[in-house]
Design a binder for this molecule. Structure first.
Ligand code: FEO
Length: 395
């Protein structure tokens, strides 16, 4: 990389770029690589390093720090979040800077204890605590679950410099340091939000509200470009993407139906669920995009899954939909299951285990039938839909 970049007087970006990365955390595609941002903040008497970088990039971090100061002058290492892409160099760094105190939330300290099996100086800070660097003060803002329980923001008080950790980041390793120097990367910002932040919408709204009274001049996420113009833009986008949609009670029925039998059951469930004041949406999962399915999950007060059994299992497209449950901010945790099968019928039980594992309340036992549903099975499906609608209307 890269080298240090002074982003404000006495504040240097000393992180590293990883433009060749194609898959982040073994999970999320990164078409434009990423960066692991770390920042040196110098006061008159003390110096703080905000975050570190992935362990394999430690030497580059040290080179960048050395280009600004002797690393032995670092007094504090602020860990805004202890995921190894930011704390992975910490074990080596505390050896290189034995006088430095690691500053973090209590949760991060606990997690670090399970990552660094050696003693180090530690200071726990809470929401709104401050740290004096001599003519410059850091303020810590708790932002739990953005996206780990340990997360906090750090602000240079009175200067409006926000180190926001993963929040407002993008996996984007462009030329330069600032967002306004680069081509439009807004698609990467949204994809990053969808992959990493989306399950925590209520926490995002709480954290964003804490920033409302602060006049910001720089927004410095841990990944991707630093914002020095339109600094509120990524924050307001997070607010917009996280505000729940208004509207009445909604029930979504997701189903897959190789021979039309589970679809017939879905129609019966929908009839039963269509009580006054309830909007029911039937969604054949192979005819909807992933984005539409995830949006529908978030908008609905109850989710009902109709799954056939293929080879003694839930078919993969439905497993995928069940997996999305942990990638969204669920509005409700009321659920139901139904499905047609040929001769063994394990899928409904498996889906039930998944929903119970996600703390869903199931007001009616699952309804399953071999092959084509008889009238009494259709009546059971209607009863299932009705029971769920009644539960939704109680809330
Ligand atoms: Fe970029 Fe949650 O680590």
């Amino acid at each position: 990389m890269s080298g240090a970049v002074e982003i404000a007087k006495g504040i240097h970006l000393v992180g590293v770029k990883d433009p060749g990365l194609t898959l982040f955390d073994d999970l999320f595609p990164t078409a434009f690589g990423t960066t692991y941002n770390a920042f040196l903040v110098r006061g008159a008497t003390h110096t703080a390093l905000i975050d570190t970088v992935k362990g394999k990039r430690f030497e580059e971090l040290m080179d960048n720090i050395r280009s600004v100061i002797d690393p032995s002058q670092i007094d504090y290492i602020v860990v805004n979040h202890s995921e190894p892409d930011h704390s992975g160099s910490l074990a080596k760094l505390v050896k290189a800077c034995p006088q430095a105190t690691v500053v973090s939330s209590q949760a991060a300290r606990t997690f670090l204890g399970n990552q660094i099996h050696a003693p180090f100086e530690s200071k726990i800070v809470k929401d709104q605590d401050t740290l004096d660097l001599g003519g410059r003060t850091l303020r810590f803002i708790a932002a739990p679950f953005l996206h780990w329980p340990d997360t906090m923001f750090t602000v240079v008080e009175g200067e409006g410099v926000l180190f926001s950790c993963d929040a407002f980041g993008s996996h984007y390793a462009g030329e330069g340091a600032f967002a306004d120097e680069m081509p439009d990367f807004s698609g990467e910002t949204r994809f990053y939000y969808d992959c990493i932040m989306r399950p925590f919408k209520d926490r995002i709204l709480q954290a964003v509200e804490k920033l409302d009274g602060i006049e910001l001049t720089l927004v410095c996420p841990s990944h991707g470009p630093v914002y020095r113009k339109e600094v509120r833009k990524p924050i307001e986008l997070y607010r917009k993407w996280s505000v729940p949609k208004a509207g009445g009670k909604r029930i979504a029925i997701f189903y897959l139906s190789p021979h039309g039998n589970t679809e017939s059951m879905a129609e019966a469930v929908a009839r039963g669920a269509s009580l006054p004041g309830v909007v029911v949406t039937q969604c054949h999962i192979n005819h909807a995009s992933v984005a539409d399915i995830r949006d529908l999950m978030e908008e609905s007060d109850a989710l009902i899954f109709g799954t056939p059994t293929i080879n003694r299992d839930i078919p993969k497209p439905m497993w995928d939909v069940l997996a999305y449950l942990s990638t969204v901010s669920l509005k409700g945790n009321i659920g139901g299951i139904f499905g047609s099968y040929g001769w063994s019928g394990e899928a409904c039980r498996m889906a039930e285990d998944r929903l119970k594992g996600m703390n869903f309340k199931l007001p009616h036992p699952f309804v399953r039938t071999p092959f084509m549903p008889k009238p009494e099975v259709m009546a059971e499906c209607e009863a299932l839909g009705r029971a769920i609608a009644e539960e939704v209307l109680k809330k």
